[in-house]
Design a protein around this ligand. Sequence first.
Ligand code: SD4
Length: 339
Amino acid sequence: MFASLLIFTLTVRFSLGQTSRLPLVINTWPFKNATATAWGVLLSGGSVLDAVEKGCARCEMEQCDGSVGYGGSPDEHGETTLDAMIMNGDTMDVGAVADLRRIKNAIGVARAVMEHTEHTLLVGESASVFAENMGFIAEDLTTNRSLNIFSQWLKGNCQPNYRKNVFPDPKKSCGPYKPMATMKQNTRAQHANVHSHDTIGMIALDQDGHVAAGTSTNGLTHKVPGRVGDSPIVGAGAYADSSAGAAAATGDGDVMMRFLPSYLAVELMRAGADPSAACKTAISRIKRHYSDFFGAIICANTTGHYGAACNKAPGFSQFHYMVSNPKLVPPFLETENCF
Ligand code: SD4
């Protein structure tokens, strides 16, 4: 009698604990309209994929932080190009686009890649043609703001600059550049920073255990044309597995993608790590090689527990992210101290 009462009590407490944390929407940076949009989708019966897609699309339309979506992060030619990904944690299906030109709704195109092709990632001009064929509207992604950023950069001798081991000296002059015969071992300049954070990474979980994750970004300002960041790379920008959890990253994608931090964090949660610990280990792994890299990651496990971690770097000591769950409606701003 006592034993069955105990089991009953534990069951009720466990399920109450669980339901009070689910559903969950969590995303990088204080992009609260995106969180609210995704939350609204879940509450109105939409799927976790719909939530992630619509939440990130909201950021694309609002140019969150002046930088997700069109009109931000012009490359060396002044063009804005977009990277995005969406992942279904039930089926492990992924759709992604990289270096997407002329289409504003990058995560929508990523979802179309997932749903209308057998592929995972489409890139560049061909991805844009695919998008147009799927009914997306092609338009110029340039705005006065991006034109202005670009012209200031040209006026300032193309500084800052991502090139190295070329001549003329990319730290002083614009291109065109030619490779230098001798390589200098230079330390990586800190280009990506808290003032140029560009990525929404979002995770959504519902009460039935479905998990999805997605990203959308216009990458890094003054990037070399053709550059693709971590955001559309599975396991780097985001990862979702409904049997373990999900993670999404933001920051210096050129460095971060070398470590697949989102994949690592999800695998750590699968092995029993709590989300904060999983996030911290994923950041530590990168820190070991690039001590002052700029980056952060959010993690959530299948019970709706979540956490984040960020690397303390010059000008970056706190990372802000948004959460909505049944206790935190409307979206709640979380702050993580970097380590
Ligand atoms: C990229 N990870 O393209 C993105 C940019 C970003 O905070 O997240 N900045 O590298």
